[in-house]
Design a protein around this ligand. Structure first.
Ligand SMILES: *Cc1c(COP(=O)(O)O)cnc(C)c1O
Length: 432
């Protein structure tokens, strides 16, 4: 393939994500997107197996979202959110509050997932300060977890598996625990909280699937245990639904399906259907009320410049419209069945330790880390965009993926696994 000129000219200047710039293969130049396809500069079409980091749930260039963004672009692409208001954000906040379970009804917008987690953490710290409870200045997070790449969120990612091990000595030391997946780990967490709750503002968890930390699944009972433990020991509970929110696990929100309502919830990724950056930290009434005061000092002092960007909010409202008819449920169920059937043959292949599916997420886990760069080149040669992560090859396709596209994706995974995915494992540097 001849490289487009812009790629050759810019390659020296663009610093790519999660990338050893010296050794990584060149990125694939994308000219267009359409539905579940990436169309490359040379005209090749790749079936997208990961929805652009789990954002493009309705597929790319959805006409309804595109029209909403275009209309908003004519009206007002952006205004600051301090002292000004606009319909897309106010409508979106009210709709999210109506969709979310319990009294999660106070929506604070930001532009990226990591920043929404930072805001949730800041809310939790100040919740206790405003209530006059001193000393609750740490967080408890779980092994296998991932909550972002900014300094505050790095400290609550898995210290070993995560992408931030280098910084271990620099970050604030947060408390790491095992998820309460059984009676023994529940008792251990109960004991840990009994001893240390006075210094803990909140526990953070990715409900149902710990995503970037390795696509690790847990049962809904784990989330109900966390809710009980948080109440018993007086710590707040934060659910980070940035990956699992908006239908990915079969319920619109994992907390709704699991019957466990957190005190603060974070959303991003599929919030705008994969068109524009937007995130939200949604607080329960109890959390919000701790800030409701005649004292200006009790206010939440936060306000990203591009918070509640009207284009992004218009896209999110349009994405919610697409969820409204409920047809996504049948699509996710169909994807789950196709992934289970298509990936099952990998179970007996060399180096594979597990094959699992939950909702529209399918995972093949290996005993050792994989080389993401080399393997994604092999997948591209098979007409698929799939990027392994750590020890897993996973699929999280758009909900609009056709049966044929799903077969191409699982077929490519099965083929690469059969030919020996671990063979090219040496020097696995890249992560997500
Ligand atoms: C992706 C992700 C984040 C970080 O979101 P960014 O938009 O990349 O900052 C945080 N938490 C979870 C669970 C995620 O999957």
């Amino acid at each position: 393939m001849t490289e487009p000129e812009w790629l050759a000219n810019g390659a020296r200047h663009v610093w790519r994500p999660y990338c050893q710039m010296k050794t990584a293969p060149a990125p694939l130049p994308v000219a267009r997107t359409e539905g579940a396809r990436l169309i490359l500069a040379d005209g090749r079409e790749l079936v997208d197996g990961i929805s652009s980091w789990w954002t493009a749930c309705h597929g790319y260039n959805h006409p309804h979202i595109r029209a909403a963004v275009q209309a908003q672009l004519e009206a007002a692409p952006h205004v600051m959110f301090g002292g000004l208001a606009h319909e897309p954000a106010y409508r979106l906040a009210a709709r999210l509050a109506a969709l979310l379970p319990g009294d999660l009804e106070h929506v604070f917008f930001a532009e990226s997932g990591s920043v929404s987690v930072e805001i949730a953490m800041k809310m939790a710290l100040q919740f206790w300060i405003n209530r006059g409870v001193a000393g609750k200045s740490n967080f408890l997070a779980f092994l296998g977890g991932y909550h972002g790449d900014t300094l505050g969120t790095m400290a609550v990612c898995d210290p070993e598996e995560g992408m931030h091990a280098l910084f271990a000595g620099v970050l604030p030391q947060q408390i790491m625990a095992r998820l309460p997946v059984d009676a023994a780990s529940e008792a251990a967490l109960d004991a840990l909280l009994a001893a240390r709750a006075p210094e803990i503002a909140a526990m953070l968890v990715e409900p149902r699937i710990q995503g970037a930390g390795g696509m690790i699944f847990h049962d809904d009972e784990v989330l109900r245990r966390l809710r009980r433990l948080a109440d018993r020991h007086q710590v707040l509970l934060i659910f980070d639904e940035i990956f699992v929110g908006f239908g990915r696990t079969g319920d619109l929100f994992a907390c709704e399906g699991a019957g466990a309502v957190p005190d603060i919830l974070t959303l991003s990724k599929a919030l705008t259907g994969g068109t524009l950056p937007l995130s939200a930290a949604v607080a329960s009434r109890r959390v919000f009320e701790a800030f409701w005061s005649d004292d200006p000092g009790a206010a939440l002092m936060h306000g990203p410049t591009y918070m509640a960007n009207p284009l992004a909010c218009a896209a999110a409202n349009a994405s919610l419209d697409l969820f409204e008819d409920g047809r996504w449920r049948a699509k996710v169920t169909r994807i789950a069945a196709a992934l289970a059937e298509g990936l099952e043959p990998c179970r007996d292949d060399a180096g594979v330790v597990d094959v699992r599916v939950r909702g529209a997420v399918g995972v093949v886990e290996f005993e050792r880390a994989l080389n993401a760069g080399t393997l994604s080149q092999r997948f591209a040669a098979a007409g698929c965009w799939i990027r392994p992560m750590g020890k897993v090859i996973y699929l999280a396709p758009p909900y609009v993926s056709s049966g044929g596209d799903l077969e191409r994706l699982t077929g490519a995974v099965a083929k690469v696994v059969r030919e020996g995915a671990l063979a090219s494992a040496a020097g696995a540097v890249e992560a997500v």
